[in-house]
Design a protein around this ligand. Structure first.
Ligand code: SF4
Length: 383
């Protein structure tokens, strides 16, 4: 039922997306916030969100709205939302959700963070407002542990990408990863975060892998939310690993945080967006919102690096990714790399997704065999 207690006690919530709650909760807890989160993304949240969203709205909005309603029903009264400027619907998410929730009778305050346009000081101020904690020292300490957790989560996940297709007992590395993720979640300071990563990496070393196994290498790209939430992408990375493919993905939480929070002059290396903008140049010359330029640039990059294929995952009806879907078949032909686009919405079934992935893996295996068969033995022996 709609609550009306936010003036008495501030109870913070924000939408779910993969592991994002771990570092964000660390920051909020450092600022003494009381937090209520919706359960990890699931069918129920999607059904609730879909019920109150325009039909053609993209899937991340529907999930976010479902999460907000679940959290408000449990007593949350401060809702956080991250926003980025651009030409897609993300710029309208917060306003639309706020209007719908007020229309439904909920009593809350919405605090919106403009990650790309907002200044560091403004972000700190907004966290202070959300938590009613004015201590800059706590905020800075919180941001430090938050960034450490972002990096730690990505580090153990990247190793999982390597182990999944090679391990003898499928699922063993996943158990270690889940344990490591819990340790990172519980860590109280950056020292404990580092210890959690070290322990996880040491345990990974015990996983029995087949180093001689022939592995396909796939670049996974597409829309941010779909890539980072395993419920929404139906565990696509796990399924690819089960099918014997190693996933390479640059859209990661730490990368996103780094490029939105760290000023350009302080960055030591090219960001993912900068690299994608460079590699996409032959096909696209300007950023049009969402992760469109990343999808285009990543496909070209994967071809340059001689990967076996590209899996492009995106919400149905995503405005920027509609553009990349039109360009990707052209890249596939010109750069000679197989590309598959997988669209998800509330009607997508996992069985259909797996069937398409299996067919794609077969295609790449065949490509490999044909390439080997055609490999010239002498300069004149060209297939
Ligand atoms: S990138 Fe696509 S899915 Fe994400 S908010 Fe924009 S339109 Fe929606």
């Amino acid at each position: 039922m709609p609550g009306s207690n936010y003036k008495r006690k501030r109870i913070v919530s924000f939408p779910r997306m993969g592991n994002i709650h771990i570092p964000i909760c660390a920051l909020l807890k450092e600022m003494n916030a009381e937090i209520i989160l919706a359960p990890p993304n699931n069918k129920q949240a999607l059904t609730i969100g879909t019920r109150y969203s325009p039909e053609t709205m993209c899937l991340p909005y529907k999930m976010n709205l479902g999460n907000y309603i679940q959290a408000l029903d449990q007593g949350a009264n401060i809702l956080l939302m991250f926003q980025a400027p651009g030409t897609c619907r993300l710029g309208n998410y917060a306003k639309m959700a706020e209007m719908k929730l007020k229309e439904l009778g909920y009593d809350f305050e919405m605090i919106v963070f403009d990650l790309y346009g907002g200044k560091f000081k403004e972000i700190v101020n907004k966290f202070s407002r959300a938590t009613d904690n004015k201590s800059i020292t706590r905020a800075v300490k919180g941001i430090k542990i938050c960034l450490a957790k972002f990096n730690a989560l990505d580090k153990i996940e990247k190793e999982l990408f390597y182990l999944r297709p090679r391990e003898k007992n499928f699922g063993e590395a996943e158990k270690i990863y889940n344990k490591g993720r819990n340790l990172i979640n519980k860590a109280q300071n950056t020292g404990e975060v580092k210890a959690a990563v070290d322990q996880t990496m040491a345990e990974y070393k015990q996983v029995y892998i087949d180093k001689s196994k022939e592995i396909l290498r796939i670049y996974l790209t597409g829309e941010f939310f779909v890539l980072l939430d395993p419920f929404v992408n139906m565990d696509i990375e796990k399924e690819l690993g089960r099918l014997g493919a190693e996933v390479d993905r640059q859209i990661m939480l730490s990368e996103w945080m780094g490029q939105s929070l760290i000023p350009k002059w302080l960055r030591k290396k090219e960001t993912h967006k900068e690299r994608a903008t460079r590699t996409a140049k032959r096909y696209m010359t300007r950023i049009i919102g969402g992760e469109c330029i990343e999808s285009v640039g990543d496909a070209v990059y994967a071809a340059e690096k001689k990967l076996d294929g590209v899996v492009h995952a995106t919400p149905f009806n995503c405005i920027p990714e509609i553009m990349s879907q039109c360009i990707l078949p052209h890249i596939s032909r010109k750069e000679e790399i197989p590309v598959i686009s997988l669209l998800v919405d509330e009607h997508t079934g996992k069985a259909g997704l797996i069937t398409r992935l299996e067919a794609f893996i077969d295609l790449m295996n065949r490509n490999r065999r044909e390439f080997r068969h055609c490999e010239p033995k002498t300069p004149a022996d060209v297939c």
